[in-house]
Design a binder for this molecule. Structure first.
Ligand code: SF4
Length: 239
């Protein structure tokens, strides 16, 4: 169990899943360079949080909900958490969230202050661009679900990522492999953080979408390693 002072930002998990060096530059070296992608992403999150909370079609919506997990050592903010009615009247009316619990389990809701019945949280994360080829967004959403489970003592089986291109939700089921991937990222983040270890660059296509390319200089570092290698060969030839 971690204490409040030891928590790491949940948002960092997507950076870590994307590139360990990017995570370390942001969260250990406090580097953050804005590019078009990060500016647009920030504006979208601000817009979502400004929408406030409310009710739509029997679903309670809470925006900007603070999250925390002392087990994983994470803190963060959810763009949107929907609370869907669970069982009872809601099920009869067909408004209960279908398949909210992982396959083979029974949906377990939580109570909401001043409201009857039980409710299943359903986190929704907003992304400005397209669905990514990696699982960085999914792990971030799953980490939010794990925080909600710990905070509310409830099972969160599914959530969604809203992508700006096209404007559509992609539903994510929090299967055991995804949960384990989140736990693994948390362990790795803690390892790097405790060791104050800066991972080497891993140049690749993903660098074109990295706001820290100018800080990281992945290709220069690559050249540096080549130069060291050549220097080593020359040294060997001399001896
Ligand atoms: S430029 Fe590439 S290697 Fe460097 S931090 Fe960004 S993604 Fe990682």
């Amino acid at each position: 169990m971690f204490s409040d002072e030891d928590l790491l930002p949940l948002s960092g998990l997507q950076h870590l899943a994307f590139c360990e060096r990017q995570w370390a530059l942001i969260h250990m070296e406090q580097e953050w360079a804005e590019n078009v992608l990060t500016v647009e992403g920030k504006q979208l999150h601000e817009f979502v949080h400004e929408q406030g909370s409310g009710v739509r079609g029997g679903v309670r919506m809470v925006r900007g909900l603070r999250l925390r997990s002392l087990t994983l050592g994470l803190y963060g903010v959810a763009d949107l958490v929907e609370f869907h009615p669970c069982g009872g009247e809601a099920a009869l009316q067909g408004t209960a969230l279908q398949g909210a619990a992982p396959p083979g389990t029974t949906p377990q809701g939580t109570s909401l202050h001043g409201l009857p019945g039980s409710w299943i949280p359903y986190p929704v994360e907003y992304k400005r661009g397209r669905k990514r080829y990696d699982r960085a967004d999914e792990t971030q959403l799953c980490a939010q679900a794990l925080c909600l489970e710990e905070m509310l003592n409830v099972t969160v089986g599914q959530g969604a990522i809203y992508y700006g291109q096209p404007r559509r939700r992609s539903e994510i089921t929090f299967v055991p492999e995804l949960r384990e991937a989140v736990a693994g990222l948390c362990r790795r983040a803690r390892e790097l953080y405790d060791a104050r270890q800066m991972p080497p660059p891993k140049p690749g296509r993903h660098c074109a979408n990295c706001s820290l390319e100018n800080v990281c200089m992945p290709n220069l570092s690559k050249k540096d390693r080549s130069a060291k290698y050549v220097a080593g060969l020359l040294e060997e030839a001399r001896s």
